[in-house]
Design a protein around this ligand. Structure first.
Ligand code: KG4
Ligand code: ZN
Length: 355
């Protein structure tokens, strides 16, 4: 079954064709980073307009790329016609989600195809399985500009939210740190570039909630600690002179603190549930220090770190099409009321267990 996935929950417009939840024939992503950079963050109204302007083109390109990926002996028209659609409906920016859902519903109506509603974070948590690097069960941290959540993944559609951030997301913390240091947007790549030449022990930033026996995160105290390190305690000067070396040391110390918390809490969550494989997805999974620290610490705990390639970790539609396949395979998305898809911008809270 060939599934066309469409993703537009934040600032990437993406479309992909994936066969049987595993074989990625095309994976097209149009990033709006350049559009939002001058505002220093994603502006929802600007994002939905940009999605609307390019979604048709991105879908066409995904279909064309998939046709090119087929052996010349095949009739490309035949082999790249989707059998079904999968679209992100939650969570995300309401206006952005609506654009993807409208586009996907229109195609499902026009082509008379099944269509399923996909949970964006469950799709991120499917990336390690899609990439073929992790076997179920595993614990997956999804860390991006909007989310920092830990999932227990037992099967593609059997994922349980264990905990999440109670304030800022990890990617958001990187973006805010970059703003304080004057490094531009998006902040993650810039902070880690500076961090590479800095001393991660130069500043002692807080590791909030690292020692707590829950699976939640908090990054707002870390962000404030960085701000106070630069502007003086309570922002009452004297201001630190942001020389190149100081910026590198601050970036390295900040990155070290974020990574220690992400890795420490993920491993603790996995250990509490007896999971031996750990993974990370979302934009922050592009961070090299995070990948290296996770690999090293997992081995020390007798676990295995299995992380998908970056293009399947950042926002993309291949993960949406791939997870959607499993929903279709269990019979979802058929019948006349399949087009009545509704969006759900908010992320649900985890079910609290007694420990
Ligand atoms: O998943 P994503 O592409 O989009 C959403 O937020 O949904 O994630 C983008 C986030 C941004 O906050 C960005 O700063 C962060 O991921 N990011 C990084 C790195 N590359 C991107 N954070 C840390 N280190 C990186 N190398
Ligand atoms: Zn995402």
């Amino acid at each position: 079954m060939l599934v066309l996935g469409i993703e537009s929950s934040c600032d990437e417009t993406a479309a992909a064709l994936v066969r049987d939840g595993r074989e990625v024939l095309s994976n097209v992503v149009a990033s709006q980073v350049a559009i939002h950079a001058r505002f220093g963050g994603v502006v929802p109204e600007v994002a939905s307009r940009a999605h609307a302007e390019c979604v048709s083109r991105i879908v066409e390109r995904a279909i064309a790329d998939a046709a090119r990926s087929q052996p010349a002996t095949h009739n490309p028209q035949q082999t790249t016609r989707p059998d079904a659609l999968a679209v992100t409906v939650r969570p995300g920016l309401a206006g952005s989600l609506l654009v993807g859902v409208s586009a996907a519903s229109a195609l499902a109506l026009a082509w008379d195809l099944p269509i399923v509603a996909v949970h964006h974070l469950h799709a991120h948590a499917y990336a390690p399985a899609l990439a073929g690097v992790a076997e179920y069960p595993f614990a997956c941290l999804v860390a991006s500009g909007g989310h920092t959540s830990i999932y227990e993944c037992r099967a593609p559609l059997e994922v349980e939210l264990l905990g999440q951030t109670i304030d800022d997301a990890a990617g958001e913390a990187f973006d805010k740190a970059a703003a304080v240091l004057g490094l531009g947007f998006p902040g993650g790549p810039a902070v880690s570039r500076f961090a590479a030449s800095g001393n991660p022990r130069a500043y002692d930033f807080p590791r909030s909630k690292l020692a707590d026996a829950d699976d939640d995160f908090s990054f707002s105290g870390l962000k404030t600690a960085l701000l106070y390190a630069v502007e003086g305690p309570g922002m009452k000067g004297p201001r630190l002179e942001l020389t190149e070396k100081v910026k590198c040391d601050l970036a390295a110390s900040f990155e070290q603190a974020v990574c220690e918390v992400l890795v420490g809490k993920l491993l603790a969550a996995a250990a509490r549930r007896g999971l031996r494989t750990v993974s990370v997805a979302g934009g922050v999974a592009a961070n090299r220090k995070l990948r290296a620290m996770l690999a090293e610490r997992a081995v020390a705990e007798g676990m295995r770190a299995a992380v998908a390639p970056t293009e399947l970790c950042t926002d993309n539609a291949a993960m949406v099409a791939a997870l959607g396949y499993h929903q279709l395979a269990r019979g979802e998305g058929r019948g006349p009321d399949r087009l009545a898809l509704s969006i759900a911008p908010e992320l649900e809270r985890p079910a609290r267990r007694k420990r």
